[in-house]
Design a protein around this ligand. Structure first.
Ligand code: KMH
Ligand code: ZN
Length: 270
């Protein structure tokens, strides 16, 4: 089995300091959190920027500051979000791709997202994919529902995304696909042959789905974007604490953990 890639989703667009007092918000805080996760065993950081008030922003300069902060500390793979928050325009969301990161997320369809709608029309999925292709940015295909895997296959047919694809199965978002073991097994079975995949279980599904992915040969995403708790009613003290637990479990099961450079090879990054 290939080595395990652990992604730390540090901040997200929705989580607040009221919900998680240790949420990293500034470029420096996000850089430090990325470094702690790198030391713990993560090889990718999935990043959302926040403005001076702590609100989500897709401003390219905010992402540039985060990228520089992370790169000054370690060689972890920087993966900015193009999902942003549900109210960002597609033009706002696409901005961090212009920094030519090694990877960026590419959401593969529209779904309910709690009380809101996370909008990803075909026109904009194609626009995002085309720009990433032009800039040599590897998309991580974000899948919240079954049909989104078919949308990704259509992007490949149109020549807008190159196989092998890398998927992030985001399971347990209220309003989208639940995060049960059966849902994960079903989604994995639908992926095109040769794909790599990671799972981001939301809330209480984070840990069980992560353990399944370790066993099945997938990869794992943890972090405050997806889950602010360590245990029932117990807030995590840091993103790194959540990474450390995955490393411990992987070691017990006998799955080695990838360094950032090993993850680059597995994902075919330049
Ligand atoms: N914040 C969500 C609406 C991504 O980062 O690419 C979308 C999201 C996906 O988080
Ligand atoms: Zn995200």
């Amino acid at each position: 089995m290939e080595k395990l890639i652990i992604t730390a989703a540090l901040t997200g667009a929705e989580v607040t300091r009221e919900q998680q007092p240790n949420l990293p918000l500034t470029a420096e805080e996000i850089g430090v959190a990325a470094y702690e996760c790198y030391k713990a065993g993560a090889s990718i950081v999935h990043v959302h920027a926040r403005d001076a008030k702590g609100d989500p922003t897709q401003d390219i300069e905010a992402y540039r500051a985060i990228k520089e902060s992370i790169e000054s500390k370690c060689n972890i793979i920087f993966q900015p979000s193009t999902g942003g928050a549900v109210w960002h325009t597609p033009e706002e969301r696409l901005q961090p791709v212009e920094l030519k990161p090694e990877m960026a997320t590419l959401s593969a369809g529209t779904c309910n997202f709690g009380p809101d709608v996370f909008m990803n029309t075909e026109e904009y999925m194609e626009k995002f994919a085309k720009r990433m292709l032009e800039l040599g940015v590897k998309p991580e295909i974000e899948v919240f529902e079954r049909g989104m895997i078919e949308n990704a296959k259509r992007l490949v047919k149109k020549g807008l995304v190159k196989a092998p694809l890398h998927f992030d199965l985001v399971l347990g978002v209220p309003g989208a696909c639940p995060g049960t073991p059966e849902d994960l097994m079903f989604m994995v079975a639908q992926l095109p042959a040769g794909s790599t995949w990671t799972v981001a279980g939301i809330g209480r599904s984070e840990l069980p789905l992560a353990v399944m992915a370790i066993v099945l040969g997938g990869h794992v995403r943890v972090g405050f974007e997806d889950n602010v708790y360590y245990g029932k009613g117990e807030l995590a003290t840091s993103n790194a604490q959540l990474v450390e637990r995955i490393v411990r479990i992987a070691k017990e099961i006998g799955r080695e953990v990838a360094t950032p450079d090993e993850a680059r090879v597995i994902l075919g990054l330049k």
